[in-house]
Design a protein around this ligand. Structure first.
Ligand SMILES: Nc1ncnc2c1ncn2[C@@H]1O[C@H](COP(=O)(O)OP(=O)(O)OP(=O)(O)O)[C@@H](O)[C@H]1O
Ligand SMILES: [Mg+2]
Length: 321
């Protein structure tokens, strides 16, 4: 079966200038290969700055990749000129972490929701209003909200509004970049449940980005663990959560607080900013890894099978397999 969305060695390298004017390359996304099948929820998890949002922006072409290719149902979209990309854009939509800054404060709800429809130019004003009302109902808001402005909503309602707007173009794939991180816990659960209901009802495919493993475990059937621009482990979400193989995934899982679990005991060293920096050779994670050996400082390991439908990029795992 052809994946709906496929990433093949996708890269985004930024040129950074030091205060002395020297240039260096920063590999925000580095050789990411992933496949997402129709109806899947792929959870991408990793700590702040590992390149999750850059990857999301690459998929929807808000950023241009510096290498690799992205395919939508077999059609390469990563290097299509804008005119040829435009008809495909409605098929993939993105939802951002902060609904307040992603909604235009000068537009009311009707204008916000109908704007993408106006750009597509396929509907009359009455059709657009009718469609806006049914989208509002779909996300748990009502027609009474049409005349309101974003500042008149709570955070959870604003995120529902962002979801309604993303659905106007009848997308197949939603890229959800930390969609619940700005919300309090009870509202998070409501929005996650709404996303799950919408997925079932509309047959959507999700790429769900989060730094929160518990959230990924709740929503995703597949998962990829990202560290400094690379995928270190990928497979079925349950396998990764219950049987994490990479030392970094183990670290992430042990860092999830749980009732009755002492925070400091038996936890791997979580490291600090200084050992999170990109290394010039070898495994990116080796400066933080308890299991690192001499081979780890020489070459970055590629993803390799460590179980059925489960891959990991780790020399130690390869040796023990
Ligand atoms: N336009 C840019 N120019 C230079 N560096 C950038 C640019 N955009 C992102 N970066 C760098 O790329 C890295 C990844 O950033 P990104 O926003 O993708 O991380 P993230 O995983 O989404 O983090 P968070 O969880 O905090 O949202 C960061 O170190 C960031 O400084
Ligand atoms: Mg981000």
């Amino acid at each position: 079966m052809q994946p709906l969305l496929k990433l093949d060695a996708v890269e985004k390298h930024f040129v950074k200038k030091t205060y002395l004017g020297k240039e260096s390359i920063f590999r925000a996304v580095d050789g990411v290969t992933l496949a997402v099948n129709k109806g899947d929820t792929l959870g991408i998890v990793g700590e702040s700055g590992c390149g999750k949002s850059t990857l999301a922006n690459l998929i929807v072409r808000l950023e241009e990749p510096t290498g690799g290719r992205i395919f939508l149902e077999g059609v390469e979209i990563s290097h299509l000129p804008e005119a040829r990309l435009r008809p495909l854009r409605p098929r993939i939509q993105i939802i951002f972490q902060d609904p307040y800054s992603s909604l235009n404060p000068r537009m009311n709800v009707e204008q916000i929701i109908t704007e993408p429809m106006r750009v597509l130019g396929k509907w009359t004003q009455d059709d657009m209003r009718g469609k806006a009302v049914s989208l509002l109902n779909l996300v748990g808001l009502t027609s009474d909200h049409l005349r309101r402005y974003p500042h008149e909503f709570s955070g959870g309602q604003r995120q529902r509004l962002s979801i309604a707007r993303a659905l106007t173009t009848e997308p197949e794939i939603l890229i959800l970049d930390e969609p619940t991180s700005a919300l309090d816990v009870s509202v998070q659960a409501q929005v996650l449940n709404l996303l799950q209901q919408l997925q079932k009802k509309l047959g959507l495919t999700y790429v769900f980005i989060s730094h929160n493993l518990a959230v990924v475990k709740y929503v995703a059937n597949r998962a990829a663990v990202m560290y400094l621009g690379k995928i270190l482990e990928t497979g079925k979400a349950d396998d990764i959560m219950l049987n994490p193989v990479h030392p970094y995934t183990q670290e992430l899982i042990s860092a999830v607080p749980a009732i009755g679990k002492p925070l400091a005991s038996n936890r791997p060293d979580c490291g600090n900013e200084s050992n999170k920096k990109q290394v010039s050779s070898g495994c990116l994670y080796r400066l933080r890894c308890r299991q690192a050996s001499s081979v780890c400082s020489q070459v970055m390991p590629e993803l390799q099978d460590c179980g059925p439908d489960h891959q990991v990029a780790c020399w130690e795992v390869g040796r023990n397999a």
